[in-house]
Design a protein around this ligand. Structure first.
Ligand SMILES: Cc1cc2nc3c(=O)[nH]c(=O)nc-3n(C[C@H](O)[C@H](O)[C@H](O)COP(=O)(O)OP(=O)(O)OC[C@H]3O[C@@H](n4cnc5c(N)ncnc54)[C@H](O)[C@@H]3O)c2cc1C
Ligand SMILES: NC(=O)c1ccc[n+]([C@@H]2O[C@H](COP(=O)([O-])OP(=O)(O)OC[C@H]3O[C@@H](n4cnc5c(N)ncnc54)[C@H](O)[C@@H]3O)[C@@H](O)[C@H]2O)c1
Length: 466
């Protein structure tokens, strides 16, 4: 058994790890990419892509149910659960295959299939006892679903994002525990596919939304499609083929329980103490968001492993920063980070972009219940909150639950990045009739609250439904 050495060792061959490896190699480093499975990224295998595939199926069924609203008469959709799941897996496998091709194109000897843990700063040991010495290390080990104690002994009646997409058929009665992004997306998709869904969260808010009106818009949508129990703790017990959940004021049996109660980082068992790192209360190394460096050590942490911004584009960006800085160490370079954003692909989508300003906040609202294009498409429901800084109305943040939210969210994230004011955006074209037009009400609210007038050469009227 030959020990290994490299300039940069990357633990984890997911999105962040692959980006770190690419960026370190581009900067001239000899790299080793260490992963126990090389199964493909979480995004492709059990994350973004299969969840979006299930959502697409749910939305197809929803479209059929909505058709009579347009005078297009149909029968209720007949859902072939096995066919739905087969399509999810077939396309998922395509995405996974292309991720795996990426492993094959790496220089020979780069991939090391094993788990690694630190034995000393700059020194790791693999499962087979081989030692790896590295000038710098990137931690990109991702995250994994939490399974609270009482749910642990219920076998395959309990699902997580790691198992739900392998169901051969859709369940009849599904409990979803956790109303974060995973719980919301999958609960709605399943409900639209004819599954009787009950969604539980011990918090009172869905999807971490702060604004009451935006939250209410999501709540009313979901209440039409499933049973919701918020601010409730559900306790499971074995009920033979099913699971019985009990909560204050009720109890019911479910064929399956989907746990979507969070995904803590995979940082245990990495021997982080041996690496001399300072850990926070959750065992995650304390790190600098702009360099991804852990303290002063030649160790960098990227993607879900640092639990900072657990979304795909950030995993990829953080991997690139960490890989480059691992090579540059000790001369690490600070990177300005992107405007934070999160998009939950419910219908309507739930979007959070940027943040409230420091100091006085100017706010504007748009009601998509009365928005032209949304009503044309029988999607007239939703709320947008825009936040801006005084005195000039520079946009800083948004909370959205409205049709087209993912597109509105991008527009706003880019405007915030550019430092645009509400007045700046109102001076730009808004094509009619689009969902984007709906933003103008919120932008005008902000404009009126600032020292800046509405752009003088813009009509303040509204086209039909605009
Ligand atoms: C159901 C679901 C839906 C999602 N949908 C979206 C979405 O629509 N949009 C979005 O932006 N984000 C979404 N996300 C989040 C996104 O998938 C993650 O933020 C992203 O995949 C994280 O990438 P990563 O590289 O940090 O982790 P991963 O891709 O999980 O990679 C971590 C790697 O580390 C390896 N590893 C673990 N332990 C060790 C060890 N000890 N040594 C070596 N290697 C190890 C693992 O095998 C794995 O290959 C979703 C997530 C889930 C679960
Ligand atoms: N569209 C997207 O970008 C997308 C989609 C899915 C997942 N993700 C990423 O995956 C990560 C994990 O998602 P998640 O939804 O599992 O986690 P989360 O931490 O965002 O949400 C978990 C939810 O479960 C609740 N909860 C926790 N324990 C509970 C319990 N015992 N009983 C009832 N409720 C409980 C919490 O209050 C919270 O609302 C997210 O941080 C997100 O960034 C992103």
């Amino acid at each position: 058994m030959t020990d290994l050495s490299c300039d940069v060792a990357i633990l984890g061959a997911g999105t962040a790890g692959l980006a770190a490896e690419r960026s370190a190699r581009k900067a001239g480093a000899r790299t080793l990419l260490i992963d126990p499975y090389f199964a493909g990224t979480v995004c492709a295998t059990v994350g973004c892509m299969p969840s979006k595939l299930l959502i697409a199926a749910g939305n197809a069924a929803h479209g059929v149910r909505l058709a009579p609203e347009f005078g297009v008469m149909t029968q209720p959709p007949l859902i072939d659960g096995a066919a739905v799941m087969a399509r999810v897996r077939a396309l998922r496998d395509d995405f996974v295959a292309s991720t795996k091709e990426g492993f094959e194109s790496l220089p020979e000897g780069t991939c090391v299939q094993s788990r690694a843990r630190f034995t000393a700063p700059g020194e790791l040991v693999l499962e087979d006892g081989r030692r790896v010495t590295a000038r710098a290390v990137v931690l990109a080990t991702g995250s994994a679903p939490v399974v609270p104690g009482p749910f642990k002994d219920l076998g395959d009646r309990v699902l997580t994002n790691q198992t739900v997409f392998d169901l051969p058929d859709l369940p009849k009665r599904l409990a979803v525990i956790g109303a974060g992004p995973i719980g919301l997306e999958l609960a709605q998709a399943m409900a639209r596919l004819g599954v009787e869904v009950t969604l539980f969260d011990h918090a009172d808010r869905l999807g971490g939304l702060a604004d009451d009106a935006v939250h209410e818009a999501l709540l009313t949508t979901l209440r039409r499609e499933m049973v919701l129990h918020l601010g409730t703790k559900a306790t499971p017990e074995d009920a033979g083929e099913a699971v019985r959940l009990s909560w204050e004021g009720g109890s019911a049996e479910f064929d399956r329980v989907l746990l979507a109660a969070g995904r803590p980082p995979n940082v245990r068992d990495l021997g982080l103490e041996a690496a001399g790192l300072t850990l926070d209360d959750h065992g995650v190394p304390v790190f600098d968001r702009e360099t991804l460096q852990c303290g002063e050590a030649p160790v960098f942490i990227a993607g879900d492993a640092n639990a900072d911004r657990p979304v795909l584009h950030e995993a990829s960006a953080e991997g690139a920063i960490a890989g480059r800085n691992a090579v540059a160490w000790p001369a690490v370079v600070r990177s300005a980070r992107m405007v934070p954003s999160s998009m939950i692909f419910t219908d309507p989508p739930v979007v959070q972009v940027g943040r409230a300003p420091q100091g006085e906040a100017l706010t504007g609202r748009s009601d998509y219940g009365d928005q032209g294009r949304a009503r044309v498409e029988a999607r007239g429901h939703g709320q947008v909150l825009l936040q801006a800084a005084a005195p000039d109305g520079r946009l800083t943040g948004a909370e959205i639950c409205a049709p087209g939210g993912e597109h509105l969210g991008h527009l706003l994230a880019w405007a915030i990045t550019e430092g645009h004011t509400a007045s700046d955006l109102l001076s730009r074209p808004f094509y009619h009739p689009t969902l984007e037009e709906g933003l103008r009400n919120a932008l005008r609210d902000i404009c009126r609250a600032t020292s800046r007038p509405l752009p003088g050469d813009q009509d303040e009227g509204a086209p039909p439904g605009g």
